[in-house]
Design a protein around this ligand. Structure first.
Ligand code: PMV
Length: 318
């Protein structure tokens, strides 16, 4: 039996603007994970099992837009295998879906890593990331590539979408950052929100270029202060990024309620994370304010709140 896992993720700075070539910063959320387990199949063929969805599908019967099957087909194509071994691949996840925590990328990454391991290959993070990107395209249309990158590398990354290769830079987190991740409970499809931002950008290109530039400058400044450990300034930049996300119309009443509750309860900064219009928000807190902010978020309607501490550590696997 072979098992592989991949973490959830949050975007700290620069979502949406990253699709238009501006930098963004994302970090893994290691407490919530997707897991893939591969065992020999006593009968012929590859069987895909998703217990939480109550599905069991033969790979040969899976439609072309099935994400689980696409992850497997990507590995098969990349390794130029005419046939796969007879296996049962089971995927599970405790990352909430459609909530900006990268559940789709994490499941694909875990499946790709597990299948490679079963086939006797130790893949690089870059390889896992690039195959995951192909799966992400199914859900997202025009993904920037940041989700698959942070999930496959499992470390904080500064990311710029560019040709021929994306700029992917791990960076130092000088002071550990305590982040509360709160779920609005509202599901939102990244593809739809990204499509809506694109329509607005097409209608008002000058205005949206200005907004994306502002987000890019915030991300650049954030990287510097994260490397210096200036927590107060990081929080201020999060609040500023949130204002630009409101301008893009990707916030929502539920997200605003949580952001304001966190700020009023003493968070250093707060913003939505990911595509927006629902999903999760993040609040940066000093340790002594953690409980108060967490309670305020729950009182303001958060479905659940988890704490993740962003610090430099060795990647889980290479
Ligand atoms: O998958 P989500 O909801 O965290 O959103 C991804 C971030 C976006 O910048 C909105 C889209 C992208 O592809 O980068």
């Amino acid at each position: 039996m072979v098992k592989a896992t991949a973490p959830g993720k949050i975007i700290l700075f620069g979502e949406h603007a990253v699709v238009y070539g501006r930098p963004a910063i994302a970090a893994p959320v290691s407490q919530v994970r997707a897991t893939a387990v591969i065992e020999p199949n006593p009968t012929a063929g590859v069987l895909l099992v998703a217990p939480q969805l109550n599905t069991q599908t033969a790979l040969n019967d899976a439609p072309p837009d099935d994400a689980f099957a696409t992850a497997i087909r990507q590995v098969q194509a990349a390794l130029q295998l005419t046939q796969l071994p007879d296996v049962i691949i089971t995927a599970t996840s405790d990352i909430p879906i459609a909530s900006g925590l990268g559940s789709g990328a994490a499941i694909a990454s875990a499946v790709i890593r597990a299948l490679a391991a079963y086939l006797g290959i130790t893949p690089t993070n870059e390889w896992v990331s690039s195959l995951t990107y192909q799966v992400e395209k199914l859900h997202h249309g025009t993904p920037s590539g940041i989700d698959n990158t942070v999930v496959a590398y499992e470390q904080p990354v500064y990311f710029v979408r560019q040709q021929p290769h994306n700029r992917i830079e791990p960076f130092t987190v000088a002071a550990p950052l305590r982040l509360l991740v709160a779920d609005t409970g509202v599901r939102s499809l990244t593809k739809e929100v990204v499509g809506d931002v694109r329509r607005q950008w097409q209608a008002k290109p000058a205005r949206f270029e200005q907004i994306f530039d502002a987000c890019g400058r915030i991300t650049e400044a954030a990287r510097c202060v994260i490397e210096q450990g200036d927590v107060a300034e990081i929080g201020r930049l999060m609040n500023e990024n949130q204002v630009w996300l409101q301008e893009m119309t990707v916030s929502s009443p539920e997200l605003e309620k949580l952001v304001q509750a966190a700020q009023q309860a003493g968070a250093v900064g707060a913003k939505l994370s990911g595509a927006g219009r629902g999903g999760n928000m993040i609040a940066l807190v000093e340790e002594e304010m953690e409980t108060a902010v967490s309670h305020a978020l729950l009182s303001a309607g958060a479905r659940h709140v988890l704490l993740t501490i962003l610090e430099n550590k060795k990647p889980a696997s290479q």
